[in-house]
Design a protein around this ligand. Structure first.
Ligand code: PLP
Length: 380
């Protein structure tokens, strides 16, 4: 099996595993109990991870809140900031702007808010899969309290102009959240330049463990907890800290900081080779999304498959997705492809191939051969 699903999750880097291992046996104490040296030591490891992650985002260590992953970070940013807005007195006429191509962990909490009376505008992408600054500005009202727009889309890899949006929202004093799950650790992200109040990230997209992530919070006064318990993480996220996971995330961030450019250049060359070879199979095969404003590791490719057939039924040796892992779960066509104007049949015959640090040249060549073979006789 060739793994081409790195946008869904990545293999844990051996260096990350090595950093995590002692946290299970030697440094297992609860980092919140610093009344003894073992707790203090565990807390030291958590703080070092905080420093490494903050360095990746150019923020203060104290602005990082650990969570169980980007799903929780997105929920905390959205539900927690609206809760804080309501506590500050705005109980009526709350408006939120987002896009229709966000991950389900942004769409679902916003749909829940909409059911409770918050007005939510879902902006559609243009045909390149981008959410434009102009469309965002046009949807802002006096009652807009929060804008949540993802940095790079997890299905197409298309990047939206977060920095441009950030500047405008700062002037208008509107809170700004971005889901950077697909760009954290892969890009030089600077929260000050981006102008965001909240930024979500996850460890398992950057060769770290699953079940751990974080939220950058610019100002803790602008957000309230959505879980209640102990006072960990500035009182914003209670629960005993996942020390092995946090240390793994810190190590993954440290490695990424050093080798993200080398990784990106190598992956970009592989993607160019892959896309050129696939497009040579049939003139109607298309690579979706903006061709320049796109992260290097994701290719969304639509195949003109005969009606009634589904390409993935014929692919046995490549681990890939159609849409995001969440859409695959219920086999629904990708909401991103549909919002970009594809038919259900075309969305179902769009493959997301995502390359990673451990992908080899041989694997790229094998994927090309396999797809050439499999598509024979299936295309219109
Ligand atoms: N947001 C985006 C854009 C993603 O790609 C993912 C990953 O599936 C998530 C959020 C959810 O992240 P996690 O698996 O850490 O909850």
């Amino acid at each position: 099996m060739i793994y081409m699903d790195n946008a869904a999750s990545t293999q844990c880097d051996e260096r990350v595993l090595a950093a995590m291992y002692p946290m299970f046996n030697s440094h297992f104490a609860n980092p919140s109990n610093t009344s003894h040296s073992m707790g203090e030591e565990a807390n030291g490891h958590v703080n070092e991870a905080r420093r490494l992650v903050a360095k990746n985002l150019n923020c203060l260590d104290s602005q990082i809140v650990w969570t169980s992953g980007a799903t929780e970070s997105n929920n905390l940013a959205i539900l927690g900031s609206i809760k804080a807005t309501q506590s500050a007195g705005a109980t009526r006429n709350i408006h939120v702007v987002t896009s229709s191509i966000e991950h389900k962990s942004v769409l679902s909490p916003l749909e829940a808010l909409a059911r409770s009376g918050v007005e939510v505008t879902f902006i559609n992408p243009n045909s390149d899969g981008q959410i434009t600054v102009a469309d965002i500005v046009a949807s802002i009202k006096d009652s807009t309290k929060l804008v949540s727009i993802m940095h790079a889309n997890n299905e197409t890899g298309v990047i939206s102009n977060i920095e441009g949006v950030g500047q405008i929202l700062k002037e208008r004093k509107i809170l700004f959240h971005t889901d950077a799950s697909q760009t954290f650790g892969k890009f030089n992200l600077d929260v000050r330049k981006l102008g965001v109040d909240f930024l979500s990230f996850s460890a398992h997209k950057i060769y770290g463990p699953k079940g751990v992530g974080g939220l950058f919070v610019k100002d803790e006064a602008k957000i309230q907890p959505i879980l209640h318990g102990g006072g960990q993480e500035l009182g914003l996220r209670p629960g005993t800290l996942n020390v092995p996971g946090i240390v793994g995330l810190g190590k993954a961030a440290e490695i990424s900081y050093v080798q993200r450019e080398t990784d990106a250049n190598r992956i970009y060359e592989f993607r160019k080779r892959l896309e050129a070879a696939l497009m040579s199979i049939h003139p109607a095969i298309t690579v979706n999304g903006h061709q320049l404003e796109r992260i290097p590791n994701i290719s969304s490719v639509s195949f003109p498959v005969k009606q009634g057939l589904r390409l993935t039924d014929y692919i046995n040796n490549i681990a890939l997705s159609t849409g995001s892992a969440c859409d695959n779960h219920d086999r629904a066509p990708s909401h991103v492809m549909i919002k970009m104007g594809k038919s259900v049949h075309s969305a179902r015959n769009t493959l997301r191939l995502s390359i990673g640090r451990f992908t080899t040249e041989d694997e790229i060549e094998s994927v090309i051969s396999e797809l050439k073979l499999v598509t024979r006789g299936l295309l219109t």
